[in-house]
Ligand binder design. Structure first.
Ligand SMILES: Cc1cc2nc3c(=O)[nH]c(=O)nc-3n(C[C@H](O)[C@H](O)[C@H](O)COP(=O)(O)OP(=O)(O)OC[C@H]3O[C@@H](n4cnc5c(N)ncnc54)[C@H](O)[C@@H]3O)c2cc1C
Length: 385
C-alpha cells in the first residue's frame, strides 16, 4: 500500500492544474450561460495528451490508467472547469473499446477519442426503464449483414458534440428468444437517428438529449464486443464512469472549499475575520475531512480497477460515487453559507455549482441504487425489487 503519488502523477496533476487555471470557472459559467461549449479547453487538453491518458499507447493514448484519468478530471474540476464528457468518451467508451473492441474498431475510434478530436457519448437511460436497466426496450434485430436498432433514450449528455453514441440495446437470443444487453456504436448522423435537447435547470455547457432510434440500420461491426458477454463489458465501462463522476464531484467541491476558505480569511464583520469563528471554521474542517475520505475511496477504486480487479473495483467505485456525491453537496452548501449573500451572485457561481454537484446524487447511478448494491452485495441482505 502506498499513498504517495509517483513523480509522473504529481507532474500530471500540476500540468493539468496549470491548464485548468488558464480557463477556470469564469470560462465554464460564461460558456454554459451563453449556450456555448468547452471546445477550446477540450481540444487543448486533447493536444496535451490529457483526454486519452488512460488509453493504450498503440492507439494514441498515454498508456497510463484510470487513476491518471481521474487526476485529469479532478484537477480540471478543482480549477472550476471540469469536462463532463471525460466521464463518457475516454472513460466509458474508450475503456470498453480498448478492452473489448475488434482491432478495426480500436483503430477507428481510439486514436481520435484519445486526441479529443472525436467524442463518443453513452446512452443507457430510457424514459420507461430509468434505474431498472433490465427493462431496456431499445432492441437490435439482425437483418442479413446488418443490425436494425429501434428505441428511445433520455438524458444523454453531449450528443450534439458527439460523432457517435455507444448505445446499450438488447438483442434476442436466437435459441431462447430472451433479450440480453448488447452495445452498439451508433453514428449521430445515421439515418433514423435523431435527438432533441431537454430543457434542464442546471448551468452546464454539456446539454442532455432525448434520442429517437427509428429503425437505424447499422453494419455488423457496429456491435462492440461480444453479443453474449455484453453485461461484463458494460460493467467494465460503468466502473470507470462512477470513478470519474467521483473525480468531477471531488474536484468541484475542492474548488468551492478553496473559494470559501479564501473568503472567510479576508471577510471581517466583527473584529476578526469570519473564519476565526468556530461556527464557520468547524463545518469547513468537517467537509474537508469528508472530502478527503471520499477522495481516498475514489483513489482506491481507481487503483483496484487499474490492477484488473473488476469485482473489488465495482464495490469501491459505488462507495466512492456515494461518498463523493454526499461530500461534494455538503461542501458546496457550506461554502455557500460561508460567503453569505455573495454566494448567490453570478460572480461566485456557487448556487449553480450546488445544483451541478447535487446531480451526482442521481447520475450516473442514484444514491439509492448504490445503497441497494451495498446492502445486497456487501452485506448479503435480500433484494426488495
Ligand atoms: C445531468 C444528467 C446527465 C445525464 N447523462 C446521462 C448520459 O450521458 N447517459 C445516460 O445513459 N444517462 C444519463 N443520465 C441519466 C441518469 O443516469 C439517470 O437519471 C439515473 O440513472 C436515474 O434514473 P431516472 O432519472 O430514470 O430515475 P428513476 O429510476 O426514475 O428513479 C427516481 C428515484 O427513485 C429511486 N429508485 C428507483 N428505484 C429504486 C429502488 N429499487 N430502490 C430505492 N430507490 C429507487 C432512485 O434512486 C431515484 O431517487 C443523466 C442524468 C442527468 C441528470
Amino acid at each position: 500500500m502506498n499513498f504517495t503519488e509517483t513523480d509522473e502523477q504529481v507532474a500530471l496533476r500540476a500540468a493539468v492544474a496549470d491548464l485548468g487555471r488558464k480557463y477556470g470557472y469564469a470560462y465554464f459559467t460564461r460558456q454554459a450561460r451563453s449556450g456555448g461549449r468547452l471546445t477550446e479547453l477540450w481540444q487543448e487538453a486533447g493536444k496535451l495528451g490529457f483526454i486519452g491518458v488512460n488509453l493504450p499507447v498503440e492507439y494514441g493514448g498515454g498508456g497510463a490508467g484510470l487513476y491518471e484519468l481521474s487526476i485529469v478530471l479532478e484537477e480540471l474540476a478543482a480549477a472550476g472547469c471540469g469536462l463532463l464528457m471525460m466521464v463518457v468518451s475516454p472513460a466509458i467508451c474508450g475503456t470498453i473499446l480498448a478492452r473489448f473492441g475488434t482491432p478495426e474498431q480500436k483503430q477507428r475510434w481510439l486514436p481520435r477519442i484519445a486526441s479529443g478530436s472525436a467524442i463518443m457519448a453513452f446512452g443507457i437511460t430510457e424514459p420507461d426503464a430509468g434505474s431498472n436497466s433490465h427493462k431496456l426496450t431499445t432492441v437490435a434485430t439482425r437483418d442479413g449483414d446488418t443490425w436494425v436498432l429501434s428505441g428511445r433514450k433520455i438524458f444523454i449528455s453531449g450528443v450534439d458534440e458527439a460523432e457517435a453514441v455507444l448505445i446499450v440495446g438488447r438483442t434476442a437470443d436466437t435459441k431462447t428468444g430472451k433479450l440480453r444487453p448488447a452495445l452498439f456504436a451508433v453514428p449521430t448522423d445515421a439515418p433514423g437517428f435523431s435527438f432533441q435537447p431537454i430543457d434542464m435547470d442546471i448551468v452546464t455547457p454539456e446539454k442532455q438529449y432525448l434520442l429517437f432510434l427509428d429503425e437505424v440500420r447499422l453494419p455488423a461491426d457496429a456491435l462492440v464486443g461480444q453479443e453474449d458477454a455484453a453485461l461484463l463489458q458494460l460493467f467494465a465501462g460503468l466502473n470507470p464512469e462512477r470513478i470519474m463522476a467521483s473525480a468531477m464531484a471531488v474536484g468541484s467541491a475542492r474548488y468551492a472549499l478553496d473559494r470559501a476558505v479564501s473568503y472567510v480569511k479576508e471577510r471581517t464583520v466583527w473584529s476578526v475575520p469570519i473564519g476565526a469563528h468556530q461556527g464557520l471554521a468547524h463545518p469547513l474542517a468537517q467537509v474537508k475531512i469528508e472530502l478527503e475520505l471520499a477522495r481516498l475511496m475514489m483513489q482506491k477504486a481507481a487503483v483496484l480497477y487499474d490492477a484488473g480487479d473488476d469485482m473489488a473495483a465495482g464495490e469501491a467505485a459505488n462507495m466512492a460515487k456515494y461518498a463523493a456525491a454526499e461530500a461534494s453537496v455538503r461542501t458546496v452548501d457550506q461554502a455557500i453559507q460561508s460567503l453569505g449573500g455573495s454566494s448567490m451572485t453570478s460572480e461566485f457561481g456557487l448556487a449553480a455549482m450546488l445544483a451541478n454537484v447535487r446531480t451526482t446524487r442521481i447520475a450516473p447511478v442514484s444514491r439509492e441504487m448504490i445503497l441497494n448494491f451495498v446492502a445486497q452485495h456487501s452485506l448479503g441482505l435480500p433484494k426488495s425489487y
